[in-house]
Design a binder for this molecule. Structure first.
Ligand SMILES: [Mn+2]
Length: 258
């Protein structure tokens, strides 16, 4: 088991695959695991799943449990396999329902558990919730990239607020955590919010998932990636942890199509 700090800090060594929003799509998940299997040959390489690997969003057969079991196993048994919390995993910790097209996704996931585990489903759910609570919330690389499910968080004073973010609990009153999991590209913030946030956390570029886009989208110094669930193409990132990063263009070059 890896440390349960809210923030993972990656040194200036190797590369990191960044994969967002799998949302129950086992075919895509297995493709990314094959990429990771080649990638992990270099022991200083990393993979970062930025959350929302469960809840199918009705675009594919819902293999949330199979994916979750595999993610949990890799997280607990493999070096450099990082998993961040997304708002869909958060819904099971907080008890707050998440909806897609009027359907309660938290409830749909519980139905899957009942189908698979029968009378043991609540016990199994508690094991999954403990796993979700152990997850970090963000990665900061030494060369200045901040990776999280969503961002920016508007009301932080510095990186310490990210490090301590889990200590305020998972309820709706933890507004900064809510921002980090829910803030929506082109709706909830602008370029200035992104720059203010990056200055506070000591980074140059923000990389997030969460909002479905056609492969990737760029707003100021933020890149939004859709690795599986999105509005067209599917992208991931092969982030070079050793290169100097001065601006968003330096990171755009590291985006790959699935
Ligand atoms: Mn999300």
């Amino acid at each position: 088991m890896q440390p349960t700090n809210a923030l993972i800090e990656l040194p200036r060594k190797g590369k990191a695959l960044i994969v967002t929003d799998i949302h129950g799509d086992l075919t895509d998940f297995e493709k990314y695991m094959r990429i990771w299997n080649r990638f992990k040959v270099r022991k200083e390489n990393h993979i970062i799943l930025t959350g929302d690997y469960i809840h199918s969003m009705f675009t594919a057969e819902d293999n949330s449990i199979e994916i979750l079991d595999s993610v949990k196993w890799h997280y607990e048994h493999t070096n450099n396999f990082h998993v961040l919390l997304g708002n869909h995993e958060w819904s099971h910790i907080s008890g707050v329902a998440v909806y897609k097209s009027g359907i309660n996704q938290k409830h749909e996931f519980e139905l899957l558990l009942k189908h698979k585990f029968g009378t043991e489903w609540e016990h199994q759910l508690s094991i999954y919730i403990d796993f979700f609570k152990a997850l970090p919330l963000a990665v900061r690389t030494q060369n200045g990239v901040f990776i999280s499910h969503a961002a920016p968080v508007k009301k932080i004073s510095g990186i310490e607020d990210i490090i301590q973010l889990k200590e305020m609990g998972y309820g709706l009153t933890n507004r900064n955590l809510f921002d980090l999991l829910w803030n929506r590209h082109q709706v909830d913030y602008n370029k200035k919010h992104i720059n203010d946030f990056l200055a506070k956390v000591g980074c140059k570029v923000s990389v997030v998932g969460h909002t479905p886009v056609n492969g990737y989208a760029v707003m100021g110094n933020q890149i939004v990636l859709s690795s599986s669930f999105g509005s067209g193409k599917k992208c991931y990132m092969e982030l070079d942890l050793e290169k100097e990063i001065k601006k968003v263009d330096d990171v755009i070059k590291m985006i790959r199509y699935l």
